[in-house]
Design a protein around this ligand. Structure first.
Ligand code: FES
Ligand SMILES: [Fe+2]
Length: 348
């Protein structure tokens, strides 16, 4: 696998406008410079108009200097120097095991399409929010109470009903811990399935047990990384079969891309439910994510205009940093510690 910058070496536009597909070569839409898939420039129309010493070889597409893989995922590092993938991921690598081990055929597959949304706030807000168990019961009350208020909740789809059930896990939140990694990655430990997603365990368990043995199948399903934040680029959620990547557009605008995965060898019902839950909880029309987006944008507006320079991030400070409570803001402080080192050009 090669990862090339999508930038023509002539005058710089995007070469390829397709999100996915196959091609034998890449031709720029502007003046038809043509590149091989390894990035080598092979064709320039009217090349005789260029200087005699024009060096085609010096006009390859820029190639990402470091590409590594783990469990089928491909990772790119844009700079030549830096930690290798395993060092960078640290304990967060476990999220990929958690994800792929759940597939009876030991492989997962990204479903066609993605969900994109943009919000008018800094990218950090999302990473500060996703492991914030403290906010869930308050910020999402409007959605969950509305669902809870329907006259005949039994008629609701079980996935929708599960959203109402989620506040019930709040008293458990304080018992949970955050696992925070050196590079700012974090997840909530413990095996609470926050989605409450009613999955047809039986058929799925049978498929997994047939492939890996009952004991191992049970062990795999008992692991739950919840939402693993990969600071600063995204979030992986094996239980919901979702990966989201975070793309800063400007200091005040962010795009999020979400992908649902199929666990190979699992019943199709599992995939269908994952899609349904994804749409409901994280797509642009989700009543849940609308609450979070509203908060990010309200916060960003105030950061721009307020006379107060500071926000408050001390919840849980002074407690054991290696085992902070899941309701502590320690994981956000760790993100800022890491960000500070990056801004200074040093290593966490
Ligand atoms: S800009 Fe790509 S060929 Fe001219
Ligand atoms: Fe939220």
């Amino acid at each position: 696998v090669r990862i090339l910058e999508n930038r023509c070496a002539h005058r710089g536009p995007h070469l390829c406008g397709q999100a996915r597909g196959n091609a034998g070569r890449l031709t720029c839409p502007y003046h038809a410079w043509t590149y091989q898939l390894d990035g080598t420039l092979i064709g320039i129309p009217e090349i005789d108009e260029y200087p005699a010493d024009f060096d085609k070889a010096a006009h390859s597409l820029w190639q990402v200097p470091s590409v590594e893989r783990y469990r089928g995922f491909i990772f790119a590092r844009l700079v030549g120097e830096g930690p290798d993938l395993m060092t960078f991921l640290g304990s967060a690598r476990g999220v990929y095991d958690d994800f792929v081990d759940r597939a009876p055929q030991d492989a997962i597959e990204v479903m066609p399409g993605m969900v994109k949304h943009r919000f008018r706030a800094n990218w950090k807000m999302m990473l500060e929010n996703l492991n914030d168990l403290y906010h869930a019961i308050f910020a999402h009350a409007s959605a969950t109470t509305a669902i809870g208020a329907v006259s005949d909740p039994d008629k609701l789809h079980p996935v929708i009903r599960s959203l109402v059930a989620s506040p019930r896990v709040v008293p458990m939140f304080k018992q949970l811990r955050s696992a925070i990694d050196r590079f700012g990655h974090s997840h909530v430990t413990g095996s609470v399935d926050f989605s409450g997603r009613p999955i047809p365990r039986d058929a799925y368990f049978e498929a997994l047990a047939a492939a890996r043995g009952e004991e191992r199948a049970r062990e795999i399903l008992s692991i739950n990384h919840g939402m693993q934040l990969l600071y600063p680029s995204g979030v992986v959620n094996p239980g919901q079969q979702v990966v989201r990547t975070i793309h800063p557009i400007s200091p005040e605008e962010t795009e999020v891309r979400g992908y649902v995965f199929r666990l190979k060898g699992a019943p199709e019902e599992i995939t269908r439910l994952a899609m349904f839950y994804f749409n409901l909880s994280t797509s642009a029309f989700s009543p849940i994510i609308a609450d979070d987006l509203e908060i990010y944008e309200r916060t960003q507006r105030n950061h721009r205009h307020s006379r107060s320079d500071w926000i408050e991030l001390t919840r849980g400070i002074g407690a054991d940093r290696s085992q902070p409570a899941a309701t502590s803001e320690e994981y956000i402080r760790s993100q800022f510690r890491v960000w500070q080192t990056y801004m200074r050009g040093t290593m966490p």
